[in-house]
Design a protein around this ligand. Sequence first.
Ligand code: FES
Length: 104
Amino acid sequence: MAEMVVIDRSGKEHRVTGRAGTSIMETLRDSDFDMAAICGGMCSCATCHVYVDQEWTARLPAAQGDELELLRELGSYKPNSRLSCQVTFSDALDGLKLAVAPDE
Ligand code: FES
C-alpha cells in the first residue's frame, strides 16, 4: 500500500495510506487532519491547502489555472503550495511528503 508522510499543523509527522485514483484531499479530510475542504474538491475554497516537500514538487503536475489563482490569493502561499483536491494520488507517489497549511 502506498503511503504519504503528512505533517499536521502541530508539526507532528504521520504515515497515511493513500488511495490511488482519489485526490489527496479526500484522504486528508477522511484522516482527521482538520481539513475543511468546504467545496468538496471543486477548486473554489482553498481550504485543502498543503505544502509539498521540495523533493516531490517536480514529480507532480504543476498547478495551473484556477488552482494557481486561488493559491496566490492566500496569505500563506509558498512556491510549493498546492490545493490537495487537485492532486490525484497514485502508487507512484509512495512516500510523498507534505504538510497541512495553516487555516486562513
Ligand atoms: S477542497 Fe475546496 S479547493 Fe480543494
